[in-house]
Design a protein around this ligand. Sequence first.
Ligand SMILES: NC(=O)c1ccc[n+]([C@@H]2O[C@H](COP(=O)([O-])OP(=O)(O)OC[C@H]3O[C@@H](n4cnc5c(N)ncnc54)[C@H](O)[C@@H]3O)[C@@H](O)[C@H]2O)c1
Ligand SMILES: O=CCCC(=O)C(=O)O
Length: 526
Amino acid sequence: MINGAMLIGDTERQAASRFQSHDPATGAALEPGFSSATAEDVAEACALAAAAAPGYAASDPESRAVFLEAIASAIEAVGDDLILRAMQESGLPRARLEGERGRTTGQLRLFASVVRQGDWLDATIDPAMPDRAPLPRPDLRRMNLPVGPVAVFGASNFPLAFSVAGGDTASALAAGCPVVVKGHPAHPGTGELVARAIQSAVTQCGMPAGTFSYLPGETNALGAALVGDPRIKAVGFTGSRGGGLALVRIAAERAEPIPVYAEMSSINPVILMPAALAARGTALAEGFVQSLTMGAGQFCTNPGLVIAVGGEALDGFVAAAGEALARSAPATMLSPGIHASFEQGVALLAQHDSVETVARGLPCTGENQAVGALFQTSAAQFLADAALGHEVFGSSSVIVRCADLADVVRVVASLEGQLTATLQLDQADIADARRLLPVLADRVGRVLANGWPTGVEVAHAMVHGGPFPATSDGRTTSVGTLAIHRFLRPVAFQNLPPELLPNAIAETNPWGLARRIDGIREGSPR
Ligand SMILES: NC(=O)c1ccc[n+]([C@@H]2O[C@H](COP(=O)([O-])OP(=O)(O)OC[C@H]3O[C@@H](n4cnc5c(N)ncnc54)[C@H](O)[C@@H]3O)[C@@H](O)[C@H]2O)c1
Ligand SMILES: O=CCCC(=O)C(=O)O
């Protein structure tokens, strides 16, 4: 059931001020109206989260894992209503949203397995050495503890996997942090259905009521009040560079500054190495256009830049990519605002003196539709104007023609931080790629070979992050199990009586963790 309520702890309430979501394919307003949460609602949700924090942090790994699994099951139990509402509010097709639901519930279950396994606690013990000379060593025991309540901003482009129960929420709850979600105003009905599923899992699993709250709303003031609330201890965000930076500023100016993990903008360079380009330029062009136009290009991993040495092989690639793009159907974008900013970005490139339009997709037939756009320019022109490297969110990409490999290296080195870089390479390209790899690794969070950057695997080794402006903190990731560490902090306990030691570092090791004792991991060969 969707009734437009805010869910604050175990209660639900309607606000006087309302907003509506719209079907981006038709522009029609969707019922019902939604509550616009106020500063008072933020304060109440944060107070409840702070009150819940000690109890939730103390939950044992098994109970917390069962809770994460209960959220996954509750989301599945919403059934097709969730998919239908998400389709209406986002314009995304059924198959994509069904896949995204699987990714969301799979992510929650993966974090449940991580919580049970216990490595995230990083339990480390340096036993006392009372007889050490010249000074004895104290008994030192370290473990990770949750940072406290986390604010999560749902993203517009993944209404399930990066929204109310997305990776930020899953990793914060896994770490033992209560979560207050500021829902994305483009999909409040989808958000409410998922929030209700989480709220029911909180009750079912006997977690403290303030473990989760959901605040719908469309004002920046709401987001600012949430990040500014002194009880919030960290923030997870996926969205625009402007929005992410605004939250970073608010967090830094608090009496107690807090970390903001914002994933913001990336153009995901693809480098076509000479041998690969010569051997399979047409196939590469087909794969590239598929990745570029998938989901109307509304992926932070969208390949918005292609870099290669000019010549016949690149000419062939450009022609084939242009033909494939010209056949691509227009696709509904997530919201009028996102569509308008795509149109603006494409117009800037199309009108740029140093940029040539290679192709546009088939013309649009309805509201808010993106028509794919492919451009080309030279390395010299690209290096002369930083605006050519700005993200155009949607299916728009620029091909940069280089004179030689040194030019390719110069272009790569000039780029802002990126989520990904892709190398299309064959065996004969290995020596050149070896030269390029350190430059790429310095700029990005993930280097891929012979694939496409869209479609991020949720896994232990994944990094979905990167230097600024890909994210506000390039030391971590928002996808994959490493994301849990954003919401943990290490605490050392020195010479504590055994009765006071937390289970993770107690002498008896009641949770059976593989701990590091005197530098050696238990169970590993000495
Ligand atoms: N990097 C990505 O993955 C990604 C994903 C989606 C959108 N985008 C970009 O963001 C643009 C707009 O899309 P969007 O609505 O999803 O993102 P957005 O950044 O405008 O909004 C995301 C969330 O942050 C809040 N917010 C934004 N600015 C704020 C501020 N100054 N103070 C407080 N809260 C604020 C919004 O209310 C919303 O809940 C797109 O055109 C695209 O360029 C990027
Ligand atoms: O839009 C940001 C996330 C992209 C992603 O997760 C994917 O490409 O699968």
